[in-house]
Write a protein that binds this ligand. Structure first.
Ligand code: NI
Length: 156
């Protein structure tokens, strides 16, 4: 496993559309392990593949219940609305209020290539929406309601 370099705002890599992963190969599983290690090294709670310069639809998340990866994730349903603070490992030193759905349902493949459906609320719902935005070249700073000084909320 390896800690990868996190791509920072200003790089075009963060603004690209990503490719669907056709098959969960050993290489993909290895990339996921590196992404999880990178997320922990940066003290984050989520990371998307474009943030390590890989333009594939892969995200990893750990909101305190253990790490997991989602491959080709897509939001199939969203409910409610919530404004809260978020930050991004690719936008250091900044945080801000972003409006997100309060609850989302996400379909994806897991690390074994199996279909999974995640029902998420609170921090997990926010992290998933933030990471899935990364897969479409969208950063939270595009959606900011209000920027605030870094107050220690963990980045995604
Ligand atoms: Ni981010």
């Amino acid at each position: 496993m390896a800690v990868l370099e996190i791509v920072k705002v200003g790089s075009e890599l963060l603004r690209q559309q990503t490719e669907t992963v056709p098959k969960v190969t050993k290489k993909i599983v290895g990339l996921i392990a590196d992404m999880i290690e990178t997320m922990y090294a940066a003290d984050g709670v989520g990371l998307a593949a474009p943030q390590v310069g890989i333009l594939l639809k892969i995200i990893v998340v750990d909101v305190g219940e253990g790490p997991f990866a989602l491959i080709n994730p897509r939001i199939i349903k969203a409910e409610g609305e919530e404004i809260d603070v978020e930050g991004c490992l690719s936008v250091p030193g900044k945080q801000g209020y972003v409006r997100r759905a309060a609850k989302v349902w996400v379909d994806a493949l897991d690390e074994k290539g199996k279909n999974v459906r995640i029902e998420a609320q609170e921090l997990l719902a926010r992290a998933l929406q933030h990471e899935i935005d990364h897969l479409n070249g969208v950063l939270y700073i595009d959606l900011l309601e209000e920027e605030i000084p870094d107050n220690g909320v963990k980045g995604v």
